[in-house]
Design a binder for this molecule. Structure first.
Ligand SMILES: [Zn+2]
Length: 164
């Protein structure tokens, strides 16, 4: 008999994005991304982290202080990593992200041909960075969809995800 309790595509791919976020070394923000093509195949995956060859232990993770002392100067966002890690044309694909994309990632998403952003959290909705993202997505015709009814929880030895 066919199971009734299987998870749908949206929960499946957001679950992959969520799992990817668990790879992040950032203690204040863990973000994951998963790019899926029109055939529901995963074509890119990423999380926020330092660039290749830049030691996680030597580069700063702090948000406070002068620019050079903060993570903002160095970290690659999950969406950027997912786009750069993909090995195929992303035209017409969609990206699952655990947090609504910043304006810099919005530019990359648009330029890569991604046509829909499916996100969980939107905690910085009213800041200018995210207003710029929405302005860009609206102009470029990128659909924005907040995923509701996300029920996947990832459990590690350190604990279980808090419900979003
Ligand atoms: Zn970003």
């Amino acid at each position: 008999m066919k199971r009734e309790s299987y998870i749908g595509w949206d929960e499946y791919f957001m679950g992959v994005a969520n799992l990817s976020a668990h790879r992040s070394k950032d203690d204040t923000s863990q973000v994951g991304a998963c790019i899926v093509n029109q055939r529901n195949r995963i074509v890119g995956i990423g999380y926020n982290g330092m660039p290749y060859g830049c030691d996680d232990n030597e580069f700063p993770w702090t948000r406070e202080g002068g620019f050079l002392e903060t993570k903002y100067a160095y970290v690659v966002h999950a969406e950027a990593n997912a786009i750069l890690n993909s090995s195929t044309d992303l035209e017409g694909s969609r990206i699952y992200v655990t947090l609504f994309p910043c304006n810099e990632c919005a530019k990359l998403i648009i330029q890569s041909g991604i046509k829909e952003v499916i996100y969980l959290e939107d905690k910085y909705h009213d800041s200018d960075v995210f207003k710029a993202s929405r302005k860009l997505f609206n102009a470029a015709g990128v659909k924005m969809t907040q995923l509701e009814h996300y029920t996947v929880r990832i459990t590690t030895n350190e604990g279980t995800d808090k419900p979003l």
